[in-house]
Write a protein that binds this ligand. Structure first.
Ligand code: NAD
Ligand code: GLY
Length: 353
């Protein structure tokens, strides 16, 4: 087992090891005395696959597990599901000395985390990520939220988990497209940090070495979170590729999934940075090599105008200024705030028509 300690406003450990799920109860007993009630929050797919093992392990450690299950997918990450979870906690008599376990991908983690942040003004929660994206990104760092009809993650809170228990064995059942979504985030970490992650990713596919890769990504994310927990400065670098990526997802009506969209976003902005002399051509080649190794795309047919329109309608954007993340070299990126009206020309420099 590998352990990464996160020294955020609330310190906690990320424990990574194949076969950890059956040990969930015992791991929690190190932090929480039993008996106490535990609400295991999952979507229907994950619940069917791993709910019984999680509950069995909790029961063996003298916890009282209950399950809250909702239909899988982003469409469930709503105030409605959140309210149903809150009501379930209340009806089941949960108090602040009880516990929530988020067993699932980023949707489950974000929703369960937000419920934990707010139920009775805050109860502890534990992340058990079951997607590669959740393992390397969403389970760590304490961003919790639900969506509004007008925008993603519009209602939420910063709330760090008490523990992240990551069992890469659970990723075997992940559909290839979901795996690829995680790989795009991993490529992003390699661009932000450079070596040794860059070479590690080229040496063998992530699927053959999930533990060291997940640990490396969590360590990189730890450094951003510790430096800027509330996401007002350095942590924004973690959005590399995401402004364009979200716009591509939106233009395609979500037919292009998150990973490929972010991959194209990173490629577009790296080409633009290269074109403007911000990074050398070797940085672009390094990114393209990694994206090719993971079967991720670098081009889209959407026009610069269409992407800019979608990106600039993002509800989280304020005023006329748009922060974009640009690579200066492999392992070094910067935030540059540009006038929103200039975005189209950056996208054209990035190869869009
Ligand atoms: P997800 O949670 O919807 O999971 C993707 C799909 O995989 C779902 O259908 C799920 O049922 C299925 N699945 C999950 N684990 C499985 C397994 N082990 N085997 C088989 N199927 C499995 O999506 P995601 O990509 O994990 O997360 C995306 C969400 O994360 C978005 O809502 C995004 O906003 C959020 N996010 C949050 C942060 C953060 O810092 N909080 C960071 C990145 C993304
Ligand atoms: N996923 C971006 C962040 O946690 O800040």
């Amino acid at each position: 087992m590998r352990t990464v300690s996160i020294h955020a406003s609330r310190p906690y450990e990320v424990r990574i090891g194949s076969g950890l799920l059956p040990d969930l109860g015992a791991q929690l007993r190190e932090l929480f005395a039993a008996p106490r009630s535990v609400m295991v929050v999952s979507d229907d797919t994950v619940s069917a696959l791993y709910g019984p093992a999680a509950e069995c392990s909790l029961r063996d450690a003298d916890f009282r597990p209950q399950r809250f299950v909702f239909p899988h997918g982003e469409r469930s990450k709503t105030l409605l599901t959140y309210a149903a979870l809150q009501q379930t906690l209340l009806s089941a008599g949960f108090t602040r000395s009880d516990l929530i376990v988020a067993l699932g991908g980023g949707v489950v983690g974000d929703l369960a985390g937000f419920a934990a942040a707010t139920y009775q003004r805050g109860i502890p929660y534990v992340q058990v990520p079951t997607t590669l994206l959740a393992a390397v990104d969403s389970s760590v760092g304490g961003k919790t939220a639900v969506d509004l009809p007008g925008g993603k993650n519009q209602v939420g809170a910063f709330c760090q988990p008490a523990l992240v228990l990551c069992d890469p064995g659970l990723l075997h059942s992940l559909p290839p497209q979901e795996y690829q979504n995680g790989c795009a985030e991993i490529v992003k970490y390699a661009m932000l940090s450079g070596e040794p992650l860059y070479s590690l990713l080229l040496s063998e596919p992530v699927s053959r070495q999930p533990e060291p890769v997940i640990a490396a990504c969590v360590e990189i994310k730890r450094d951003f979170v510790q430096a800027d927990e509330r996401d007002t400065g350095r942590r924004r670098l973690l959005n590399f590729g995401h402004t364009v990526g979200h716009a591509i997802e939106s233009c395609s009506g979500y037919a292009v999934s998150h990973g490929p969209a972010v991959a194209i976003g990173m490629a577009v902005l790296t080409r633009a940075a290269c074109h403007r002399g911000i990074c050398p051509p070797e940085t672009l080649s390094a990114l393209e090599r990694l994206l090719a190794a993971y079967g991720l795309p670098t081009h889209t047919d959407y026009s610069a105008q269409a992407i800019a329109r979608a990106a600039l309608s993002d509800k989280k954007r304020r005023g006329d200024a748009l922060p974009i993340i640009l690579p200066e070299a492999l392992g070094r990126c910067r935030v540059e705030t540009i006038p929103a009206r200039d975005f189209v020309s950056w996208l054209r420099d990035g190869g869009l028509s």
